[in-house]
Design a protein around this ligand. Structure first.
Ligand SMILES: Cc1cc2nc3c(=O)[nH]c(=O)nc-3n(C[C@H](O)[C@H](O)[C@H](O)COP(=O)(O)OP(=O)(O)OC[C@H]3O[C@@H](n4cnc5c(N)ncnc54)[C@H](O)[C@@H]3O)c2cc1C
Length: 390
């Protein structure tokens, strides 16, 4: 029996079959087989979601054989890439065209379709999540049709496909808005949370990317800023707290320590109060917690089910060791996030029902209605996705 597990090993599943297509025609065939067999079909990217959003209960499509840049154009600042491409595989090819992604998250191991399907984001008050950079999508629908969509071509299908939760179709290509290549100056330092929050607005406004990890055992923040610079690349190995490099070499970090994670997005103006409430709760109720809280910002967007939809956003993430129970910690965090109008990250642990989610997103029922129109038999709806149906 084939098995699947996510990056942390906390989520496992038993797909009925694992298929590894290497062409669009093979992807169409695989979807047709799943339809014929009456099973669901789930594409996985890097299986880096902490939630069960990628968990397959029918056919699993591994897209590692379907990667690469299809085209890129410096003038229109657009690039079309195959859906299984990992983000780290895009940096150098785009750089050869003088281009770069507008922003990236903490790591670059995710596939582009996996990242855009869950609203993956980095940090920066002027920077939106990756789904907001999607300008067109090509996907295989349950009917077997290969559909192209964009804001001007089948706009409702595009609305779902740019942030798809894997539930709309099998994405084969994503066209991204990109920008001219740029260098970033990274600065790292440690500071007390009270001092950070004493100047948090200034820190966020004065830099392109600001973030920190609060370490509960030290009650201290590991802070990081990134700013655009024209200075030359400087990667002297002894310069540990400061360096300059091309964006694709600087933004993402290595995060190999296996953990499980909950993240909520709250309206930016509530960020400090919400963070400090979670911090006080952890110091009081989880004094042994060794994993940090992360604090980031995301610019608002207009995507129906984006956690940053319609509001400037602060994201707060809680982590736990994979060897330890996470439920008590995450439930205690979630209770606070809910009071601050929090919306859960689609790729991280949460305990919200479909009805709860419908209360967080005005267009959530529309999202499901249009999804159902394109896939009436639910070929792209796993049991875990069905739990999110309002
Ligand atoms: C160490 C670590 C660091 C992280 N850092 C960040 C961060 O900085 N910011 C952030 O926002 N998130 C972060 N995440 C979460 C992660 O970015 C998301 O969970 C993302 O979805 C993972 O991408 P993936 O390629 O692994 O997708 P998967 O987890 O494999 O899949 C996610 C969803 O995409 C769907 N999908 C994948 N490919 C296709 C396709 N071709 N067609 C249709 N649907 C598809 C899947 O079915 C599933 O529903 C992190 C996770 C980890 C483990």
């Amino acid at each position: 029996m084939p098995t699947w597990s996510n990056w942390s090993g906390r989520q496992t599943a038993s797909p009925t079959a694992i298929v590894s297509p290497t062409s669009e025609a093979e992807i169409v065939d695989a979807v047709a087989h799943a339809v014929e067999a009456g099973t669901s079909v789930r594409a996985v990217g890097a299986s880096h979601s902490h939630s069960r959003i990628a968990a397959p209960d029918g056919m699993l499509l591994n897209l590692d054989g379907w990667q690469g840049v299809v085209s890129a154009d410096a003038e229109s600042q657009r690039a079309t890439v195959r859906s299984g491409s990992r983000i780290f595989q895009l940096g150098e090819p785009l750089h050869e065209y003088g281009l770069a992604l507008r922003n990236q998250g903490d790591i670059d191991k995710q596939s582009i379709a996996g990242a855009t399907s869950t609203g993956t984001h980095g940090t920066g008050p002027s920077l939106q999540n990756l789904s907001s950079s999607v300008e067109a999508v090509r996907l295989v629908l349950a009917s077997g049709e290969i559909a192209s969509c964009s804001p001007s071509e089948r706009p409702e299908l595009f609305e779902l496909a740019r942030h798809s939760l894997g539930g709309v179709g099998l994405i084969t290509e994503v066209t991204l808005g990109v920008r001219p290549a740029y260098r970033l100056h990274e600065r790292l330092w440690k500071e007390s949370p009270d001092d950070v929050f004493g100047r948090i607005d200034e820190l966020i406004a004065a830099t392109r990317h600001f973030e920190f990890f609060w370490m509960p055992q030290l009650d201290a923040c590991a802070c990081k800023t990134l700013d655009e610079t024209n200075d030359p690349v400087d990667d002297l190995p002894d310069l540990k707290l400061e360096r300059i490099g091309w964006s694709h070499n600087i933004i993402s970090s290595i995060r190999d320590d296996k953990h499980t994670e909950m993240e909520y997005s709250v309206p930016a103006e509530h960020g400090p109060a919400c963070f400090n409430e979670v911090r006080a709760m952890i110091l009081r109720d989880f004094p042994d917690l060794e994993w940090p809280l992360e604090y980031r910002t995301v610019r608002s967007d207009d995507i129906w089910i984006s956690a940053a939809g319609g509001r400037e956003t602060v994201t707060i993430s809680a982590h736990q060791d994979i060897g330890l129970d996470d439920r008590d910690l995450f439930e205690a965090c979630e209770a606070i996030f809910r009071r601050y109008e929090g919306r859960p990250h689609w790729g991280k642990v949460h305990y919200q029902s479909g009805e709860d989610l419908a209360g967080l997103y005005p267009r959530y029922r529309d999202w499901w209605r249009i999804r159902d129109e394109h896939d009436p038999d639910g070929v792209f709806v796993t049991e875990d996705l069905a739990r999110l149906r309002p």
